[in-house]
Design a protein around this ligand. Sequence first.
Ligand SMILES: [Zn+2]
Length: 402
Amino acid sequence: MKSGIQQTEKRINRGRVLQLICTGEARSRLELSKATGLTKMTITNAVNEWIREGWIYESEQVRTAGAGRNPAVLGLTPLSPLIIGVHLAREHISALLCDMSLNVLRRDRIELCGEDEATLIDKIFDIIDRLGSIGEDEKQNGEGSAVSVGDGINGRRILGIGVSSIGPLDCQNGILLGVPNFYGIKRLELGRMLRERYRLPVLVDNDMNLAAIAEKQFGGGRPLDDFLYVGITHGIGAGIIYDSRLLHNSGMTGEIGHMSVSWNGEPCVCGSRGCLEGYASVPVVLERIEREIGLKLTFEEACASENKGVRAIMDDVCECISTAFVGLVNILAPQAVFIGHEGACFSDEVLEHIEENVNSRSLSGRQRSVSVSRSAFGEHAALFGSACGILERVFTGRDIPL
Ligand SMILES: [Zn+2]
């Protein structure tokens, strides 16, 4: 009979082994042993359990002439479980159905405009139902499609539904709490509604936090202990990975959009003055370009523009962001900052400029240079992050919240 501690250790090891196989960091038992420092016996036990479960396959060993045997390769089986991820943004909902290596089987997007609580919920249900109707033509009449998602898709179990959402949120209970300027919605028990409809585990968290988790599991943050994911969109927020873990307290961590970059600056809705969002959020930048230059651009167009006036405005934006980053880097001493959401549209030149500013002005940056680069997921870290939130539970051997 194994003790509780041994059982916990076993679950953690199993999760770690699965993570390394899913992310492609280790493809054989030998590589797993090297990457984890665990004994061959422990690796064998963990791998065998995943094979018995039907999640992992192991290829035959191949004997090559004169070179001995190539190690058997490990990978996900075609019947391994899937995950549904939903990103709830201010102006759209995007969703995906993917496997545990983030291979996307289906992806969808619905624009939001003039919603109320009922239509918003309808659209969230609709996008999930559409993901679930994969390969099931008979479900075209709309009957019972919700049941099929909960029961698995094409014989594959669904591990859960992850939702990355704009906040503020009560993450523990999956509740959206009075998001400012968001269709008048005061309190939405999204977690409960999804659980009741699909009978699946549901996880709801801040989009910046889950984007940072995605970067840690599958992106540029994989080998790093300390980094920031900064999303620049309608607002500006950060997910903070510190000592290899997400800093996550009351759900108010990482509100860097409200870091003041100008003491006497413009008043902000939060009660402070000169907040970063007031200078560098997407709508503020686009409104300024329209007001001062007379051009109506998308953020992507503004980032790529050769227009002198637009470039001067983008230089200003770059300075405001650098000012905030210097403060953050001095406090948290990250190894890297990954910029995502619409901020992924910044040119390489702008990213290099921010990196130079941060490294020349911060104490820790001068000691150990901080890299500033684009998220590995471009603009979509929050969408992939929604699935990674569910994966994080599996990879750390914890239960998926019900
Ligand atoms: Zn503010």
